[in-house]
Structure formats: C-alpha cells, structure tokens
Design a protein. Structure first.
Length: 695
C-alpha cells in the first residue's frame, strides 16, 4: 500500500505513511505527521501539532515543539522531551531521560529508572530576578578537576572540560543527552521537580528526589538519601532511610525522623517531633517545643526540656536530665510533684505518699508529714528528748543497761546472814487482817478492769496445706441385667420413604437439600493472637537485570470488555466513578531492591519504600513500616503497628496494644491505653506510662 501526503509541502516516504497539513514529514513505516512542520521518522510513530518530532519506534509527539526520541516514548504538550524507552513527558518543558519514567506538569525531570516527577516548578509570572532568587543553586562536584555531579546527579563531561563545564555535559545519570536535553535538564534543576533516582518520586512543586526509592512530595522538599522521604514544605531528608515531614524539618542521619515545624534530627536513629526540637544524640528523641536530646539514647519531652546524659529522660517544661539513666520532671531550681501515682507493687516501682503515711504513724511521738513538710518525732525518755528513733532506742538501751546493773548488784550484793523476816501474810495479820492465808491471797485480787480497745485486724494467715487424698471407695454392686429384645426380621423404611409417607412431594435430592438448615449467626470475633517476634532485617540484595520488554498491553477498558463488560468506553468510565474504597500509595514500581508502598485498607495511606497500610484508615509513612491496626499510624522506619488506634514514631518499634502510643526507637508496647517514651522502653501493663524497661 502506498503512502499518503495531503496539503502543502508534505512528504510521506514509507509504507502506509501519512502526512497531512503543511511541511510535514512521515518517513517511518506506518508513521503519521499531522499539522505544521512535524516529523515522524520512527516506525509506527506519530507527530501531531506544530514542530514536533517522533523519531523512535512507536513514539508519539503531540502539541508544540515536543521531542519523542525513545522507543514507546510520548511527549505531549509544549517543549517536552521524552528520550528513554517507555518514557512520558506531558505538559510544559518536561524532560524524561531514564527508562519507564514519567515527567508530568511544568518543568519536571525524571531521570532514574521508573522514576516519576509530577507537578510544577517555579512559575515565571513574576520578575526574572524574583524567580532567580528562589531558584536552586548549582551544587557541582568534581574528581581530579573534572565535573562528575550536579546537585547529586551523576554527569559525564567531554574531555578537557573543567569543574565549570556545564555546557560540556554529554551524559546525565548514564544516559546520553543532546545539547537541547542538557539545557532543559539544567533549567529544571534550578526551577523544577527532579526525580533522579531509580524508582524515585517527586510530586508537587519544586521537589527533588535524588537517590533510589526516594520520595519528595509537596513544595520545595528534598529527599537525598536511599529510601528517604520528604513530605510537606521545605523539608530535607538527606540520609538513607531518613524521613522529614511537615514544614522546614531536617532529617540528616540514617534512619532519622523529623516531623512538625523546624525540627532537626542529626544522628543515627534520632527522632525530633513538634516545634523547633533537636535530637542530636544517637537514637535520641526530642518531642514538644524547643526540647533538646543531645546524648545517646536520651529523651526530652515538653517545652524547653533538655536531656544531656546517656539514657537520661527529661519530661515537662524546662526539665533537665543531666545524669545517666535517670528520669527528671524538673530541675534543681524548679522541682515538680508527680501526681496520680499508683501504689508501688514491685521492687523497682516508685512509692507514693499514701504508702508513707502508715510508716509515719507507726513512728508516733508527734511524727507527721503534711503539705510536703516533715515533722520529726519527739521521744521523751527519763526526762531526755530525742528527735529520731535511732537516738531514742540508744537512750532506752542505756537506761536498761543501767537498770540491769543495779538489779544484778541487788541479787549478788551483801554476804551477811540476818534473821529470817516475817512473811507478807504474817505482816498482814500483825496489821489487823483476820482470816486464813488463802482468804488473804484472794483479797489481794483487784477489780476487773474495763474492756480494752479492740486491736487492729491481723494480717491474713498463710493458706493451709491441702489435705491428704481420701481412700478409693468400694466398687458398687452390678446392676440387674436388662431384658433381651427379640430379633427383628423386617427391613425398616428409609428416612426419605417416611417423609413421602407423611406427605412430602419431591425427589430424594430435593428432600436432602431441604434438610440443610439456615446459616447460623456469625460468631464473635476471636481474640487477637500474640504478635510474633520481629525478624532481623535482611541484607540488601544485588540489583537484578532489567527484564525483557513485554508484549503490547491492553487498556483498562479493553480488559474490562474481555472480562464481560458490555457498553461504551464512556459508560465504563462512568461505572468507575461510583462506590469504591479510597486508598493512597505514593512511591514507584517495585524492583529487586525495593517494594512498592502498599495501601490495602479502606481509606489507607502508604508513603515510602516497602511500607504497607493494611488496616482501615491507617497510615504508613517512611521505610518498611507495617500498619495492620485500624486507624493506626507508623512514621519512620521498620515500625510494626498491629493494635487499633495506636501510634509509632521512630524506628524498629513494635506496638500490638490498642490505643497505645510510642515515641523513640526499639520500643515494645503490648499493653492497651499505654504510652512508651525513649529508646528501648517497654509498655507491658495497661494504662501505664513507661520511660524505660523492666530489665
């Protein structure tokens, strides 16, 4: 079949090629060039609009001055470039250089494999100087005086080019570029969204996602590290597995978390949450307002709290914890009371005042503790006053020793022999008693005294030992044998025959079906099983080879028709608009080194590599978080939240209790309605607040 050219100076020079309009060229087999000055040179390519170029197999360039240079690439809009395999550049001045990437909107650049840059760069509706003042500055790195990276993105320059050789860049992130592509890349580095890492995502305005699996969402966010996340406004996650969420937060160390406004987490595993907090110790936690945790495993909670010693915890406004492994709720010039404290039941529990009062009462002698003021006892012994039990008993011991000495002296003193004295009875007779000695002895008994006060109830005695097992009873007599029935001779009717005899009309199969009862009421939900131990994090595997290109795919509408849908494409789209479950997953396609964030629960949200939100209305934000509890949240890295209505912020935390919140790292919370704060804490009892562990 011949080619077709219709219009002014159009050229169709290959089989089935078509050129319509003015000065169009269709030189590829089955290519199409429609409009003005378009070029479709690739097989099955299409160039539609004005000054568009589609030069690769199955490429498409639609709009104004677009370039589609890669196989299956698409450039739609104005001044877009799609140069890699399966790439898409849609909108205005977008560029997609890597394979399977997407750049959609205004001034977006996707460079890495399966990367996505979606949104808008800085607008040009203000003065040029205003735009330039807000633009990114070039961050150039060299090796042996030769330019090797631009703002963290690997580049290759031609021989002889120095550090300032931006105009000599030949490759960007390993992909060869033309002069036009180079300039558009440099412009977008300063003004647009950049998704440079493989499987990276830059979504919003002026965001930068540099490393593999990184995510930058919002306005002017930068995710520089592997599997890092920066979400909100002007946040920076500059290290691997770091997370910065909110407004102007910085997560500068591996697995660090900064969330809120103006927070900074600068050491490995550090967490800063709230307003202007700083966590600068390894695995430290700072939460609240202007709190500081500067030592390893330290924690500061409140406004202006400070934890400066290893393992120390400061809780409350202006509290200071400057001794290792201590908990402070104030400072030496501003002490505070700890209220609503339960009675101690374990050796390591704190004692409250209600447990001290019985001890004070037992001291007696005016001892008292009221309103925080201690009144010492006043013991009077032989005219002397003693203000503590120790000195009082020392005085008693001294007096008893003296008395013992005197008694011993009476017993052993005197060796002479005097006359035998009269007995007490004889003296009584001399003094007028009349009666026998027995009667006199009886007269000495005094009247019965008044009933004494009832003593305190004694402690409950120990439980007695279990009694010995009784002897086994005698075996009972054998019962009288039952009557022997006769032997039957006839065959009994089947149940179905009996049913027919009683009026059932139908086949035996129908009768058997009729015997099935209605479905019973659904049983109560079983108790949640115990959470298994968290496995060790596996080593990162080697990146696999890129798979072979698959067969031509079908559209979603085509698949719907193949599966039985009957109607037009518009009717099918309308059917999708009603009902459904809202879930949000922000990330990129999976690869051998990473797993796509997965939100499977109703109204769930998952952001970051390998994170999963399977509970209804749950949120998983960061790297490798797993949230299965309904209305639960995990923020950071490698957190596991199974309890409903629970929260985990930090890294490597496990929360299986309901309505429980943890903040820090390596925390285990299985209790309900509990709070655990700081590195390595445990919450194992319901309705408790823990800032440490039982071990």
């Amino acid at each position: 079949m011949t080619a077709t050219a219709i219009g002014y100076k159009n050229t169709a020079s290959n089989q089935y090629a078509m050129a319509f309009g003015a000065e169009n060229t269709a030189s590829g087999i089955q290519s199409n060039a429609f409009g003005n000055s378009n070029t479709a040179s690739g097989r099955l390519s299409s160039a539609v609009g004005a000054y568009n170029t589609a030069s690769a197999l199955s490429s498409s360039s639609v709009g104004y001055l677009n370039r589609a240079f890669g196989t299956n690439s698409s450039a739609l809009g104005a001044l877009n470039i799609a140069s890699g395999f399966d790439n898409s550049a849609i909108g205005f001045t977008n560029i997609s250089l890597g394979n399977s990437g997407s750049a959609i909107g205004n001034r977006n650049t996707s460079i890495g494999l399966s990367s996505a840059a979606i949104g808008s760069g800085l607008k040009n509706d203000s003065t040029i100087s205003s735009v330039s003042s807000r633009a990114r500055q070039y961050d150039l790195k060299d090796s042996a005086g030769k330019l090797v990276s631009v703002n963290g993105i690997e580049v290759t320059v031609s021989a002889g080019a120095g550090l300032s050789g931006l105009n000599y860049i030949t490759h960007i992130n390993g992909a060869e570029v033309t002069a036009e592509e180079r300039q558009q890349f440099l412009d977008n580095v300063r003004y647009g969204n950049i998704a440079a890492g493989d499987y990276s995502t830059a979504l919003g305005t002026f965001n930068f996602a540099i490393k593999e699996n990184s995510t930058a969402v919002g306005v002017q966010n930068t995710a520089k590290g592997l599997d890092s996340n920066a979400v909100g406004l002007k946040n920076t996650a500059s290290a691997d597995y770091a997370t910065a969420v909110g407004n102007r937060n910085y997560a500068d160390a591996t697995s660090s978390v900064a969330m809120g406004y103006g927070n900074r987490a600068t050491e490995v595993g550090a967490t800063a949450v709230g307003y202007m907090n700083q966590a600068s110790g390894e695995y430290s936690t700072a939460m609240g307002h202007a709190s500081r945790a500067s030592a390893k495993w330290s924690s500061a909670f409140g406004s202006g709290a400070s934890a400066t010693a290893q393992g120390a915890t400061a809780i409350g406004t202006s509290s200071i914890a400057d001794e290792e492994n201590t908990v402070s709720i104030g400072q030496w010039t501003m002490e505070k009371r700890l209220t609503n404290l339960a009675k101690a039941i374990k050796d390591t529990d704190a004692v409250n005042l209600s447990q001290l009062h019985p001890m004070v009462t037992a001291l007696g002698a005016g001892a008292n503790y009221t309103g925080g003021v201690w009144t010492a006892p006043s013991y009077i012994i032989q005219g002397g006053t003693y203000r503590d039990a120790g000195s009082a008993f020392t005085a008693v011991n001294s007096k008893l020793t003296n008395l013992q000495t005197q008694v011993s002296s009476l017993v052993t003193g005197g060796t002479g022999t005097g006359a035998n004295g009269k007995s007490a009875y004889e003296i009584a007779v001399v003094n007028g008693f009349s009666g026998s000695e027995t009667a006199w002895l009886a007269s000495l008994k005094g009247d019965t005294g008044a009933q004494g006060l009832k003593g305190d109830k004694g402690d409950k005695g120990d439980q007695g030992l279990q009694g010995l097992k009784g002897d086994k009873g005698d075996k009972g007599d054998q019962g009288i044998p039952g009557l022997n029935s006769g032997t039957g001779t006839g065959n009994g009717a089947s149940a179905y025959d009996i049913a027919v005899n009683h009026g059932y009309a139908g086949t035996e199969a129908d009768w058997l079906t009729s015997l099935q009862g209605s479905q019973g009421v659904k049983g109560d939900k079983g108790d949640q099983g115990l959470q298994g131990l968290k496995g060790d994090k596996g080593d990162k595997g080697d990146r696999g080879l890129q798979g072979l290109k698959g067969d031509q795919g079908f559209s979603a509408f085509d698949l719907a028709v193949q599966n039985g849908f009957n109607g037009t494409e518009q009717q099918w789209l309308t059917s999708l608009a009603s009902g459904g479950t809202a879930v949000v997953s922000i990330g990129t396609n999976p690869n051998p080194q990473a797993v796509l964030p997965l939100a499977t629960g109703t109204d769930a949200v998952a952001i970051g590599s390998s994170s999963e939100a399977s509970g209804d209305q749950s949120i998983a934000l960061g790297t490798a978080n797993q949230v299965s509890g309904e209305q639960s949240i995990a923020i950071g890295s490698s957190n596991m939240v199974a309890g409903e209505g629970s929260l985990a912020i930090g890294n490597d935390n496990s929360v299986s209790g309901q309505n429980t919140a943890v903040l820090g790292n390596a925390i285990n919370a299985s209790a309900n309605n509990a709070v655990a704060l700081g590195h390595g804490s445990t919450a194992l009892r319901d309705n408790t607040i823990s800032v440490g562990s039982d071990t």
